[in-house]
Design a protein around this ligand. Sequence first.
Ligand SMILES: [Zn+2]
Length: 288
Amino acid sequence: MIDVQGWDFPHTTSVLIIRGREFGIIETGHHRCGEQVLDALSIRQIPLEKLRYVCVTHRHGDHCGGATPIVKKVPNVTVVGHRYAIAGLRDPSRLNEGAKQLFGKFSQDIQPLPPNTSVQEVQDGDRIALGRNVQLEVIGTPGHTSDHVAFFEEHTRTLYTGDALGLLGPKHHTVTPTSFPPSFKHDRYRASIEKLRTYDPTFLVFSHFGAVTGADIPVIFDRALNTLDSWKETVEQAWMLEPSETSVMNAVKQRFLNELEVFPPEARPLFIKVMAQGLSRSLIPTNT
Ligand SMILES: [Zn+2]
């Protein structure tokens, strides 16, 4: 696992290198992180021609944006993702516009993939073989977005969760729901967490940020579900007191801001308000 310093800040975005006969990476970070992924491979003396797959969990720029600069340096690599993620990488204009509206200066554009890029569209249950019995199972995990997939490496029982399980605080292991609008769907997100739990992994990796092992894993799954329930309760109570999106956003920020440990500190107040908005829009359908 390497730290590609998403938002130019440490302990924010994790990229995983998978070694079989060939190499794969899961996730790329932002556009700017692509260069860091290539540096990390070179430091580990992994020849670029051995990099066979770049797997992305979903269409958001902080997960797939680095694919384009990597493809430009490694032309034979295949980009793997759900068909919506691949479509977003081919024509990112709508995604970039949406990210800019939500996150302003904290967004970073995805550049389109070169037209001749090799791609593989995957769905739940597909497998990506890297040789030497190393293979990745694709796990459909919608909820954060409709195109979200997680990846399970069966040999080491490593589960790369992307944004499906939440944001892991690197210091205190808090878990925060990744409930960003407009695509977040509460019930599907919760069901995806329950589904991931059945894999009983040995290593559990978060895109934001880091990994947990052993006896910590069931604790982290419980925490992901419990925090989601507390956020939901806070949203519903705030809405009952004053049915406005502003009241909901302020209530969630007030109660949970100090639990958000990833992202640069100056971005956290905005990000938590946007996540509260996504959760409330999913829970309160009239609130759009
Ligand atoms: Zn995301």
